[in-house]
Design a protein around this ligand. Structure first.
Ligand SMILES: [Zn+2]
Length: 111
């Protein structure tokens, strides 16, 4: 079965299994920057423009952006901030840099 054919419930079950330790599922502990980067990508790419937008390019922008900001893992509902997260302005600059890099050197096959 190809990944695309897999029902989402089954996919989630497999993901749950991968992030299981003892009897606990750890997949709810997320890097807080993940959702912020996605929001920022939506803002910066909503105009469409010349960005390719294929899966590879979108994943590259996401990965490059996340690698450029300090990870900040939190438990669901936890409000403890031990370090200052990057400002929205810094994050927008990081994501824009990633978009520019992927535009200049996309990893997708020649189209
Ligand atoms: Zn692409």
């Amino acid at each position: 079965m190809s990944d695309a054919m897999m029902p989402s419930q089954l996919k989630n079950a497999i993901a749950d299994e991968k992030y299981k330790f003892s009897k606990y599922s750890l997949d709810k502990v997320r890097n807080r920057q993940e959702a912020r980067v996605i929001d920022t990508m939506e803002q910066l790419l909503s105009g469409g423009g010349e960005f390719c937008g294929c899966r590879l390019c979108v994943e590259d922008v996401y990965a490059i952006s996340l690698n450029a900001v300090p990870a900040h893992y939190v438990q669901a509902g936890s409000m403890i901030l031990r370090q200052q997260p990057p400002s929205q302005q810094d994050l927008a600059r990081v994501v824009q840099d990633a978009i520019d890099k992927v535009k200049v050197r996309p990893n997708h096959p020649e189209q």
